[in-house]
Design a protein around this ligand. Structure first.
Ligand SMILES: NC(=O)c1ccc[n+]([C@@H]2O[C@H](COP(=O)([O-])OP(=O)(O)OC[C@H]3O[C@@H](n4cnc5c(N)ncnc54)[C@H](OP(=O)(O)O)[C@@H]3O)[C@@H](O)[C@H]2O)c1
Length: 343
């Protein structure tokens, strides 16, 4: 069987461009015992992909993609044929071989640092694509970051950066649903409108509209207790100034440095000493023990319509390059997804 897949054609020089990618056809080969053949329905476009496109990625992180090799990404698909006793044709599954039409996958096979093992998904809580967003790795990351890493406590005032994105929009809503005052920041006025009027945050600002520290102080005049950091650099620096005594930072990511720009800062690390701050990095895969709890809590909010999901959807594998570049440039609101249109 022939399957199309997205490959890295050249490493980005400067900022990422759609020309860095190519779609190629490949013969899949026969299905082996223990494998399932999956027709992909949705691929998750995650910021982590950006870190794997350069020749040299961050040390210790997922390895860079090799030129000409297919990209990997979390996906939801339907089992077309099964040679595994664990799964049957017609099952909906999540796995890591997105960015292609079809994949041969094996239970217990490769993962993305512990994330994305082949798994049947339930069909009763959300739509299949929700298992890549609020009901999947994105939601788990947001939950773990706030609850286990930042130690969210009653009365905390919370700032979430990149709050209109996939992870940020879930994190901001979790904090809001738990009764916190939540401030969100994002890169456009439309996103600020979304944060205030759709997600109901207490305050929000467009970080392009001036000095970050002043903008944050304008939205949080009494300071913040928790900063959920998706951006790093200047955003983290502003947070360190505005955090109150014993404040906590969940270092989820640093996207301001993922697309060719060298981020500077924070240059005020002494604030950590002055105010007894805790900065804690995390990878959601290291908190697998909280997955079931996260899914239960988020699933219940979804069922009750309290947690809202929004996605930016690109139709067809051929639009995957646009989706990846779009995520880097902030073209998305909510979760970025590529929908497969293979019949
Ligand atoms: N630690 C973990 O286990 C884990 C797991 C998943 C994701 N993450 C992290 O979570 C963050 C969000 O990832 P995601 O996949 O959910 O993507 P996303 O938030 O849906 O999309 C990325 C967003 O980042 C913002 N952005 C891009 N460049 C920026 C810049 N220079 N300054 C400020 N904002 C910028 C853009 O929104 P604006 O228009 O607002 O700029 C864009 O929409 C990333 O840092 C990622 O590495 C971490």
């Amino acid at each position: 069987m022939v399957s199309r897949e997205l490959t890295l054609a050249r490493h980005p020089q400067g900022r990422l461009a759609v020309e860095c990618f190519a779609i190629v056809e490949r013969e899949l080969g026969p299905i082996q015992n223990g494998q399932v053949l999956v027709r992909n329905l949705w691929t998750s476009v995650d910021a982590s992909v950006l870190l794997r496109l350069r020749e040299l990625g961050p040390e210790g992180y997922l390895p860079p993609f090799a030129l000409g090799q297919p990209l990997i990404g979390l996906a939801v698909g339907e089992v077309c044929e099964s040679r595994s006793p664990e799964l049957a044709a017609g099952d909906l599954v999540t796995h890591i071989y997105g960015f292609r039409d079809y994949a041969l996958v094996r239970p217990g096979g490769e993962t993305l640092a512990g994330v994305g093992s082949l798994r049947r998904i339930r069909r009763d809580i959300g739509a299949p694509e929700d298992y890549l967003g609020a009901l999947g790795h994105t939601g788990i990351t947001a939950y773990v970051g706030l609850i286990a890493v930042a130690g969210l406590s009653p009365g905390d005032i919370v700032w979430v950066s990149a709050a209109a994105g996939g992870t940020g929009s879930v994190a901001a809503q979790i904090a809001k649903l738990r009764g916190h005052v939540v401030i969100g920041s994002a890169g456009s006025d439309d996103k600020v409108d979304y944060l205030l009027n759709e997600l109901g945050l207490d305050a929000a600002f467009n970080y392009h509209h001036g000095d970050l520290r002043s903008l944050l102080r304008g939205s949080a005049p009494h300071g913040i207790d928790v900063y959920y950091d998706n951006v790093g650099g200047g955003h983290l620096e502003a947070a360190l100034y505005e955090l109150r005594n014993h404040g906590r930072v969940a270092l989820c990511g640093a996207i301001s440095g993922y697309d060719g720009e060298q981020t500077v800062g924070p240059r005020n690390m002494f604030q950590v000493v002055v105010k007894n701050l805790t900065l804690r990095g995390f990878r959601a895969g290291a908190h697998a023990r909280l997955e079931d709890e996260a899914m239960q809590v988020i699933g219940e909010w979804l069922r009750q319509g309290q947690l809202k999901v929004r996605s930016t959807i690109y139709e067809g594998l051929e639009r995957a390059p646009e989706a990846i570049v779009g995520l880097a440039r902030g073209a998305n609101i909510g979760k970025t997804l590529v929908r497969s249109i293979v019949t």
